[in-house]
Design a protein around this ligand. Structure first.
Ligand code: ZN
Length: 419
């Protein structure tokens, strides 16, 4: 008998029969000899409480004895556990599950069935075409391009209210099973094409409301969903609309995260949440205004700086402008004013060094001159005096410094240009 036949098939797994099993004892029936390229051993157990990814529900994680199970996948009717250590074949093993992760998946998945069932019925009458369980948020996708329903905020509020009323009603959720290969059994379109040669078809029923073929793990009654919060909608290709939602613990976790941020903003902005938007809007406008003012002040500072450069060039063939609290924008302003005022005449034996940035942090450096020879000569001197500088370029020498150590020696070193 092959090992596959000995395994309980996906569809009839212990986790599918009992959502709430958190511990389980079973037997290891095979384990790959070597890990795969990603370092995982593929382990087959006789039965499992760890759900293999399927039907939109991610795989569970947990432990086989004390060895972590990172992933569980279905292969046809078989189920494979992925571990980083091998498991002894024939050994009786103790399985445990990451229950927080599983319970979240249960709430989102059963919740999706309920939300889709409500959308499917009057007065909405829109069938769900797909769904996604994200790590933070889930969505159902609806073909709103072909259906005449406008998902306005009022409509979505009604949907949310309808679903929450059904949760309070605490309707039972029951599972029906049929042999997949039986001739009376209708094969659901959602069943994977490779799910053949036996197996079980499961139908999840929300009593009196909805029946849907599904392999996932589900709540026993709607009360276990706690509540639904619809977040927002997004229009996607093909005229479809996605409705993003949260069920159960995710609603509380998301509220907690939002509330923490709200408290932090409250302290920063010193205003209540209802004034956050106005307050931030005001701050952004102020900040733009301040930036404009700062630019105007820098422009006038650039003019004064160029006055100094002109004065210096009357005495010597070079001028150094080094400003610790300036940046490339300021250097460009100075360079522009110099160009407009023709400070460096074509061919003149004159050179100007512009540098910015804190001593220990460094920053940009630009060397411009009346001719290329003097620019290159100055570049060499800069490189020999300032060890942290890299740069080059014909006509206009441009570079960057890791720091400005040695800047105080540059003036003296440049005296050789006079010789
Ligand atoms: Zn499902």
């Amino acid at each position: 008998m092959s090992e596959d036949l000995k395994q309980v098939p996906v569809g009839d797994l212990h986790c599918q029969r009992n959502t709430f099993a958190r511990e389980f004892t079973t037997t290891c029936i095979s384990c790959s000899e070597k890990p795969d390229k990603k370092g995982f051993y593929q382990v087959k157990l006789y039965d499992t409480i760890l759900f293999p990814e399927g039907g939109g529900q991610p795989s569970d994680t947990g432990f086989i004895d004390d060895i972590k199970v990172h992933n569980v996948q279905r292969q046809k009717l078989a189920h494979i556990h992925y571990t980083k250590q091998s498991i002894q074949v024939g050994k009786q093993v103790h399985l445990t599950i990451d229950w927080t992760r599983r319970w979240d998946h249960v709430q989102q998945h059963s919740g999706q069935h309920l939300l889709s069932a409500v959308m499917d019925q009057a007065p909405y009458n829109i069938e769900t075409v797909s769904w996604n369980m994200g790590e933070k948020r889930c969505y159902i996708e609806l073909p709103t391009g072909t259906v005449k329903v406008d998902l306005t905020p009022e409509v979505l509020a009604n949907v949310e209210s309808d679903v929450n009323k059904l949760i309070v009603k605490n309707l039972k959720v029951v599972t029906h099973v049929q042999e997949a290969d039986h001739e009376d059994t209708e094969r659901p379109a959602s069943l994977p094409a490779d799910y053949v040669g036996g197996g079980i078809i499961r139908t999840i029923e929300i009593e009196g409301l909805d029946k849907n073929p599904c392999c996932g793990t589900h709540v026993e009654s709607l009360g276990q969903l706690q509540c639904l919060k619809i977040l927002h909608t997004e229009n996607v290709r093909g005229g479809n609309t996605r409705i993003f939602f949260l069920f159960g613990q995710r609603v509380l976790d998301t509220l907690d995260a939002s509330y923490t941020i709200s408290r932090q903003l409250n302290a920063l902005l010193t205003c209540p949440p209802e004034n956050f938007v106005d307050n931030v809007d005001k701050l952004q406008k102020q900040s733009k205004e301040n930036l404009k003012k700062a630019k105007r002040l820098l422009e006038s500072l650039a003019v004064y700086t160029v006055n100094d450069v002109e004065a210096a060039l009357k005495e010597k063939p070079f001028a150094i402008v080094y400003k610790e609290d300036a940046d490339m924008d300021f250097l460009s302003m100075v360079a522009n004013v110099m160009r407009d005022r023709k400070v460096l005449e074509e061919g003149a034996e004159k050179v100007v060094i512009l540098a910015a940035g804190e001593k220990n942090v460094g920053g940009p450096i630009v060397i411009t001159g009346g001719n290329n020879d003097i620019v290159q000569k100055t570049g060499k001197i800069v490189n020999s005096v300032l060890s942290g500088v890299k740069g080059g370029g014909k006509g206009r020498w441009q570079g960057k410094a890791q720091n400005w150590k040695g800047m105080e020696n540059l003036e003296q070193a440049l005296e050789q240009l006079q010789a």
